[in-house]
Design a protein around this ligand. Structure first.
Ligand code: DON
Length: 567
């Protein structure tokens, strides 16, 4: 009977999805929303629906990007934004790929030691809360640049439904009520006043944001310049200044989103297209996947001792390199080709021993001859024409710096904390950085955001990404592996329990109560430090998988209010 079930399961898997049918679980697969033509998966159903409506109206994935990004700014102020930045990777239906960087930059008046006290020690509040934490926002430049290059509908058509959403309001979920409650005091403290989001807001309340509606209307009217040169920019700069910040009109005037070449690499029969620096996402993902490629993970099974060990050791080595080599490519030279080459990476894994953990204290960044020296949101869209995008956007921490511009209706980022305030001192994600990621005027801070597209046999296969600070890279990794190596559906792949290692601190974190105690004990015996207590969610992944019959399966992470909507 059991064998029969397994056989049936194998059949289901191999018919419905195009991964190797290696069965590692007897649990019945759960599929996400399946649609024939197009799909948007994001952190809020209102945003996914607005994106989908744009597609249904004949717009393409890039049009839907503009609308979805702004709809998240209205309905998901935790991370959706006008006051932050992000990255998008795309693949057009003709196979052409590219990426855009609309990451925040350090203001002109920023300096290397701006977050250090008189003893030279970092003051974390300064880079995390309030006006000094704010990097020059890139989101509006990003959506306008995307629209200019690929958009087919007018900005007015794209943003009018978003203005309507801000005017009519959106329904607060229980998750949102909890988060707003959690941050209320900090909002009031940071803004030295009450703000829209500091009111008592309960689940099922409808929340309107008329000031944000007005800001968006001015943007529809005057375009990108409204934010970087117009009334909105002036109000923004005046407000930041009144709070003691350093951003000026010159900072806004000089901001530009940049087209970048994505990082591309193969993993078995997959071709992975992911974000290049100033995000570390693509490079680290490439390093980890290339280091684990020689091992037969599907044979070892999902979240088994051997799989966890191999992935952890590859992660340890990639994050050690990240902290040393990576930064803004416009300021530092990054040896990307070497970092993701097979020769370099097989050398990196040479001392890996299945019997015992490598200690992070014994491991540093790899040597390359000649080299001198938390909150975010992701959405994936595939349109009815076959274009695909993968976008991760952020304010950094939850509600960013907590600084909210009442007259404009949005929060400002605290992205400056992603710089390395002092070499060797961890940022809010425990990540270390070196000179490559030191603060300099106009430099972009290093990111972990990993918006990723995957091709299989030359065809589009998956769009995937997630928030989660330093855990972004490892969450994207595990989601791809869950489908490719462990035969899961897109929905199961995003829901599956995750673990994370980032070199330092030398501890493997596991989602609580989701891993086999015996496996955790064996890891400890081999010298791994494990932590199951930390309640931090490891990623909140959204993705879309192209099924063998051409249908699209949306995977919306059960850890949030995420929703897949398509037609
Ligand atoms: O760019 C980065 O890597 C971070 N600012 C992302 C922050 C984040 O994902 C927070 N979400 N939990």
């Amino acid at each position: 009977m059991r064998l029969l079930y397994l056989l049936l399961f194998t059949l289901v898997i191999s018919c419905k999805t195009n991964q190797e049918p290696k069965i590692t679980s007897e649990i019945k697969p759960v599929f996400g929303v399946i649609e024939k033509n197009a799909m948007v998966v994001s952190a809020r159903k209102e945003a996914s629906k607005i994106g989908k409506d744009i597609l249904q109206k004949g717009g393409n994935a890039f049009d839907a990007m503009v609308a979805t990004e702004m709809a998240l700014a209205v309905s998901y102020p935790y991370a959706g934004n006008l006051g932050g930045g992000g990255f998008m990777v795309y693949r057009k239906n003709n196979g052409e790929t590219g990426a855009i960087d609309y990451r925040e930059k350090a203001p002109l008046a920023a300096s290397k030691d701006m977050y250090l006290d008189e003893n030279g020690d970092p003051i974390p509040e300064k880079s995390q809360l309030g006006p000094l934490a704010v990097g020059v926002p890139g989101t509006i430049a990003g959506i306008f640049e995307v629209h200019k290059k690929f958009g087919t509908l007018s900005i007015k058509e794209l943003l009018t439904p978003v203005v309507e959403l801000a005017k009519k309001g959106y329904v607060i979920t229980e998750n949102q009520e909890k988060r707003l409650e959690h941050f209320r005091e900090l909002f009031i403290e940071t803004n030295k006043d009450t703000i829209l989001y500091a009111k008592t807001i309960k689940a099922n309340d409808t929340l309107k944001n008329p000031m944000l509606a007005k800001t968006l209307e001015r943007i529809i009217e005057n375009g990108k310049d409204e934010f970087y040169q117009g009334v909105t920019g002036e109000k923004l700069v005046a407000y930041i200044k009144s709070q003691g910040g350093i951003m000026t009109m010159e900072d806004l005037n000089k901001y530009e989103a940049k087209w970048r070449d994505p990082v591309q690499f193969s993993y078995k029969d997959l071709n992975i297209i992911s974000m290049s620096p100033p995000s570390s996402g693509g490079v680290c993902l490439a390093q980890i996947m290339k280091m684990i490629e020689p091992y037969n993970l599907s044979e070892y099974g999902h979240n088994t001792l051997k799989s966890i060990q191999i992935i952890t050791e590859a992660e340890r080595r990639a994050y050690a390199d990240r902290s040393f080599y990576l930064g803004d490519p416009d300021f530092v030279k990054i040896p990307i080709d070497t970092l993701i080459s097979n020769e370099y990476l097989s050398e990196r894994m040479k001392d890996f021993d299945m019997d015992k953990a490598t200690l992070s204290s014994d491991l540093s960044y790899g040597s390359i001859p000649g080299y001198e020296s938390s909150e975010t949101t992701h959405y994936s869209i595939i349109d009815q024409f076959g274009n695909a995008i993968s976008v991760t956007t952020t304010l950094n921490g939850a509600y960013g710096s907590k600084l909210y511009v009442p007259e404009l209706g949005f929060f400002l980022n605290n992205e400056m904390d992603d710089f390395s305030a002092k070499p060797g001192t961890p940022n809010m994600f425990g990540l270390l950085g070196a000179e490559a990621n030191a603060i300099e005027p106009e430099k972009r801070m290093l990111s972990s955001m990993t918006p990723t597209l995957v091709e299989k046999d030359g065809e589009l296969w998956m769009s995937v990404g997630t928030p989660g600070g330093s855990t972004i890279i490892t969450s994207v990794l595990q989601t791809i592996l869950n489908v490719k190596e462990y035969g899961m559906t897109m929905q199961d792949a995003v829901n599956a329990p995750r673990f994370h290692h980032q070199w330092l601190p030398d501890v493997v974190i596991f989602e609580p109560n989701s891993f086999d105690k015996k496996i955790l004990d064996s890891l400890k015996t081999k010298g791994y430090k494990t932590n199951e207590e930390e309640s931090r969610v490891i990623g909140k992944v959204d993705g879309i998988l192209v099924l063998p019959d051409g249908n699209l399966e949306g995977g919306a992470d059960k850890r949030g209010d995420d929703a897949a909507v398509g037609f």
